[in-house]
Structure formats: C-alpha cells, structure tokens
Design a protein around this ligand. Structure first.
Ligand SMILES: [Zn+2]
Ligand SMILES: [Zn+2]
Length: 103
C-alpha cells in the first residue's frame, strides 16, 4: 500500500483502540484496512480462476519472441488438409503474446 498523498509506503500502526491503521510519515492515515483486504482477496481469487483455465494447456520451454520469457503454453492445431503439418501455437506465460510455428 502506498500513500495517495505523497507516494511513500504506508506503515501499519495500531491506534489507541488497538485497531491497525496504515499511516504515513506525512500524516496521512488509512482507516479502512479491512475493506481493502477483502477487495484484494476477491481480486486474487479471480486471478486464480483465469490461471486454472490456462493450465489446461501444457507449459513448455519456448522463448517468447516479444519478451524473451522462456515458458509458454503450447497447443497444436491440425489443419484440414491432411498433407499439411499441424501448426504449433505458443502463448507466452508472462506477456500473453501468442505466436505460431510451422514445422
Ligand atoms: Zn504520505
Ligand atoms: Zn512474452
């Protein structure tokens, strides 16, 4: 969490009532800590769902031509013409760039 006023990292500090408050050296205090936590959890679970969906595809060693990440999801599409080789598709794990390879 960062201070919306000055951009510094907020430090959790218990107040007089024992509640955890995020406060900043500039005097800014964030009071709705619990509300933020709930929002973050919702966001996380949504991300997990997306990942699970993509895990149906095998993750293999392939270098992304865009960001040079070395892991990509991989699948093969067989074209209708039987004399043609299947097309290999890759999707970068990191930047989601999709590319194909003919062999
Ligand atoms: Zn501040
Ligand atoms: Zn990439």
């Amino acid at each position: 969490m960062f201070c919306p006023k000055c951009g510094s990292i907020l430090v959790p500090k218990p107040d007089k009532k024992g509640k955890n408050l995020l406060s900043c050296s500039c005097g800014y205090k964030k009071k709705d800590v619990e509300e933020i936590k709930i929002k973050e959890q919702t966001k996380e679970s949504a991300q997990i769902e997306v990942v699970e969906e993509k895990e149906l595809l095998p993750l293999i060693d392939a270098e992304c031509p865009k960001c040079h990440h070395t892991k990509a999801y991989h699948w093969i599409v067989q074209t209708r013409a039987s004399d043609e080789a299947p097309t290999r598709f890759y999707k970068c794990e990191k930047c989601k760039h999709t590319w194909r390879e003919y062999k």
